[in-house]
Design a protein around this ligand. Sequence first.
Ligand code: COA
Length: 215
Amino acid sequence: MISKSVFENQFVIRNAKLEDVIQMEYVQSQCYPTLHESEILNRKHFANHIKIFPEGQIVVENEGKVIASASTFRCNFPEHDSTFLEETDNLWLTNVQVPDGDWLYGIDMGVLPEYRGLGLSKELYKARHDVCKSLGITGQIIAGMTIGYGKVKDKMTIAAYCEALEKKEFTDPTITPQRNAGFIWIRALYNYINDPEAGYASVLMYYPVDENYSL
Ligand SMILES: CC(C)(COP(=O)(O)OP(=O)(O)OC[C@H]1O[C@@H](n2cnc3c(N)ncnc32)[C@H](O)[C@@H]1OP(=O)(O)O)[C@@H](O)C(=O)NCCC(=O)NCCS
């Protein structure tokens, strides 16, 4: 299980506990202002994730308060495109969790706005990397929201935005931190998530434990 202090012991990164779920719900409420309510995780979802895959649920604590949260499940590599709700078993994870699956699928990571830009998401991705190593998992997969599209949506299509993003012609508040943490672009997923600011899209990416591994 994960438990470590970072940044001169200011923050503790550890596995989530049932007592954290109300605070995890609060973090969630502050991190996805334009995501449709049907795709927002609540305390019951978090409690179920902790029950079915405790190693994959991680929080950051600061002065006794949960200020960031990250959820994953274990699966085989997704062969077909799907939607966020399909991929997550309508957010519950119960029917998509594969106990001996080769990949760690990150379905959510949120850092409270006042703690952003400190490097906490990088630390959380590293913690997930450690989970992969300790469980013998090949690597992480994520579908990163193209949330920066909202700023340019009147000027270009979401497909044009994703093409430019892939070539690093723009930075994006979500995709850029993920790529800076080590994720490798696979492809854009259109009609994946119910968020108009993200153009309803996400980018499928992977981060293998073995740096020589390639899909
Ligand atoms: C995405 C998110 C988790 C990033 O968390 P964070 O702790 O602020 O990110 P970090 O401080 O670890 O930044 C990591 C890297 O990304 C860069 N970065 C961070 N925010 C950025 C932004 N808005 N635009 C461009 N680059 C950014 C940092 O400069 C850093 O790069 P470097 O260390 O290589 O220089 C956070 O912004 C968040 O909670 N967003 C809302 C929820 C969300 O979109 N979650 C992901 C869903 S798929």
